[in-house]
Design a protein around this ligand. Structure first.
Ligand SMILES: *Cc1c(COP(=O)(O)O)cnc(C)c1O
Length: 387
């Protein structure tokens, strides 16, 4: 037998968290009480009212049959209602919304509809790995857009050579941003719409952290931008917002042709999400959002403990106004990798080396606010011990 793998698999970078998990297990095996700030996965449970809705939905035989691959009408209506209430964005639930099995799934599958082999896709770096991986799976070429502190961790659209921009099919964006925690400046999305119209590029905006905002900040939807509906699609996720990472539910919304194309791909790949999960997601999306507010308050307290602790140690970290990540400049003399190794081996703290999200992330590490306040204080104490 010849089990030679395809080029698209051979070209894959090692998935970041596989390596991190391996290292963590190794240290844990030595009996170290590891504090894991590595992965962006909320530590607190899903809301009770969502679990209750699921318990009820699972007993409904209508949900035991194949779901609709684009999502149930009730789910798509709830998603459209959420966009309207939260952002003032109006979309038609039938033609402009598609459910997905977690937004990662849709982000990975969307390019199949538009990217030919050798086509260029504009991919932020550092960035969520799936933008590049989805491109690779189509035989496309990622042109990386460095996100640097100088430009507020926004891509510098003017620096993209015009021949590259003319050939590009898709630009991926993600604000509030993982891993840098940066938020889009007021005029940024307008510039993106202009850029997309000039060069005929599809804008894919990943809004996974739109609800994880602090200090009164409210993240915009890309779809609020004048002209956005002509050029773009936005990916929303219930995972981080409602502590529902395990449930695998999100949605894409935006330009009807782009949404239809995603539906076409998905109907040929999957048969949708379990409708009981969709029913539970409706409960979350149609709730009064007080759960979201509670979570924002919890993350704010954790953030303040960590950022103030880092500051007292002379470490430079941005205080995020959104996302549950703190993007930390490594101290002089360290690299992303040597600093994260030091923290793991000497302090039992798992963080993510910034360069794991792309080379321009070198010189940073990312810590996730996914442990309780006492543990966060313990992180600061342990850091004092090693630095
Ligand atoms: C967590 C995350 C997602 C994926 O969320 P799911 O809906 O759980 O698949 C997408 N994009 C970014 C940037 C994320 O951090």
């Amino acid at each position: 037998m010849n089990f030679e793998k395809s080029q698209r698999i051979k070209k894959l970078p090692p998935y970041l968290f596989v390596e991190l998990d391996r290292k963590k297990a190794e240290i844990q095996a030595r009996g170290v009480d590891v504090i894991d700030l590595g992965i962006g996965d909320p530590d607190l449970p899903s809301p009770d009212f969502v679990v209750d809705a699921m318990a009820k939905a699972i007993r409904n035989p209508k949900n035991h049959r194949y779901p609709s691959s684009q999502g149930s009408p009730a789910f798509r209506k709830a998603a459209a209602g959420f966009l309207k209430n939260r952002f003032g964005v109006e979309v038609d639930a039938d033609s402009q919304v598609c459910a997905c099995i977690g937004s990662k799934e849709a982000i990975a599958h969307f390019p199949i509809a538009f990217v030919e082999p050798e086509d260029i896709v504009l991919v932020p770096s550092p960035g969520y790995p799936v933008y590049h991986i989805g491109t690779l799976f189509c035989g496309g070429i990622s042109y990386f857009l460095p996100l640097t502190a100088d430009n507020g961790f926004l891509p510098d659209l003017a620096s993209i050579p015009s021949d590259v921009a003319d050939k590009a099919r898709i630009i991926w964006l993600n604000y509030p941003n993982n891993p840098t925690s940066a938020c889009a400046r007021d005029d940024f999305f307008r510039q993106v719409v202009d850029f997309a119209q000039t060069h005929n590029i599809i804008v894919c905006h990943d809004a996974a952290y739109s609800e994880m905002c602090f200090d009164g900040y409210r993240a915009p939807s890309f779809l609020e931008t004048p002209g956005a509906m002509d050029v773009g699609i936005e990916f929303h996720s219930l995972s981080k917002t409602y502590n529902m990472t395990g449930w695998r539910i999100g949605f894409a919304a935006g330009n009807p042709d782009l949404v239809a194309a995603l539906k076409q791909v998905k109907s040929n790949v999957d048969s949708g999400q379990f409708e009981a999960v969709e029913d539970a997601a409706v409960a979350a999306l149609e709730s009064d959002q007080s759960f979201v507010k509670e979570m924002q308050e919890i993350y704010t307290r954790r953030r303040d403990i960590l950022v103030e602790g880092l500051k007292s140690l002379g470490i430079n970290a941005m205080k995020p106004k959104a996302t549950f990540y703190v993007w930390i400049t490594v101290p002089d003399g360290y690299t992303s990798s040597s600093f994260s190794s030091l923290l793991l081996e000497k302090a039992g703290i798992v963080c993510t080396p910034g360069n794991g999200f792309g080379e321009p992330g070198e010189g940073f590490v990312r810590m996730a606010l996914t442990v309780p306040e006492e543990r966060m204080a313990e992180v600061v104490e342990r850091l004092k011990g090693v630095l």
